[in-house]
Design a protein around this ligand. Structure first.
Ligand code: 13P
Length: 279
């Protein structure tokens, strides 16, 4: 069943576990994720963005009708403006993220507030980002600290916007890390948890040691975004299958292995974050 993301995250906060939020792109990746949620008996969150969101939402809708027993949220990932949020609402998403993390504070507040009002008007959830989670391929570990989320500002931001979940910058970055494993600032996370009482989100969860994410979940992260790791698993399976079956012409021959690899990677994350058997 498609549910507002807040419902899933409030339960996770109560139960002190993390929920993986996985990027999906097409029928195959959505199919994999529903089989993962079903097999692990886990609530789930799906992330989507870009020009295909209406298509993705239509596929997710048909799966949520089939798997009625699984609470699943579909969130617009890194929406850049109010108009993107409107398009996601129209497509049937159950949450929207507005990412104003590169904007001046006041501008981030202003648009987050508008997007949150829109989301709440139609009964869905809103996520925002304060501080800035950059790219692992380009950011040096030390530079990342400049953009860490500040607890007092986070408290003010949540109060001023009414947003349902907040993405915080505590040391992760999107994609693979060029400068080695990240080191999450868990002391800062504790201060953020003390400063705000809404669920907190960790973007850039790939290529991050699972023990670090588990420590963050224990302190108070409820949603962990995973894109690169499941995408790489899918592509590894696809490449292997193509190499192993040079003469095959039925795409399903290749997709089987791609899906199996992605599934195994996603299950590994779900077990590490602790959402298995939480339905
Ligand atoms: P990764 O690709 O690093 O897992 O980041 C995904 C993400 O944060 C999507 O919003």
């Amino acid at each position: 069943m498609l549910v507002p993301m807040k419902e899933i995250l409030v339960e996770a906060k109560k139960g002190k576990y993390g929920v993986g939020a996985f990027n999906v792109y097409n029928l195959e990746t959505i199919d994999v994720m529903f089989s993962v949620f079903d097999e692990t008996n886990s609530p789930g969150i799906l992330l989507a963005g870009g020009p295909d969101i209406a298509h993705v939402a239509a596929i997710v809708k048909s799966y949520t009708e089939k798997y009625r027993h699984i609470p699943v949220a579909l969130i617009l990932d890194h929406g850049r403006d109010y108009e993107s949020a409107v398009r996601a609402v129209r497509a049937g998403f159950s949450a929207v993220m507005f990412d104003g993390s590169a904007l001046p504070y006041e501008e981030n507040v202003r648009i987050t507030k508008e997007v949150t009002r829109l989301a709440h008007t139609v009964g869905i959830s809103a996520e925002a980002e304060l501080g800035h989670v950059g790219q692992g391929a380009t950011d040096a570990k030390e530079d990342r600290k400049k953009f860490f989320t500040r607890p007092e500002e986070a408290a003010r931001f949540v109060e001023e916007t009414g947003v349902d979940a907040l993405a915080v910058a505590i040391g992760t970055a999107h994609g693979l890390y060029k400068t080695g494993s990240p080191e999450l600032d868990l002391e800062l996370l504790q201060k953020l948890v003390d400063a705000v009482d809404i669920p907190l989100v960790l973007h850039g969860g790939s290529d991050t040691p699972l023990e670090q994410i588990q420590a963050a979940v224990k302190i108070g992260i409820q949603k962990i975004n995973i894109g690169t790791d499941v995408r790489m698993a899918y592509l590894k399976g696809l490449k292997e299958a193509i190499a192993e079956n040079p003469d095959a012409i039925d795409p399903r021959v290749f997709l089987k292995k791609a899906k199996a690899y992605m599934k195994a990677e996603a299950i590994k994350k779900i077990d590490a974050f602790g959402s298995r058997d939480r339905i």
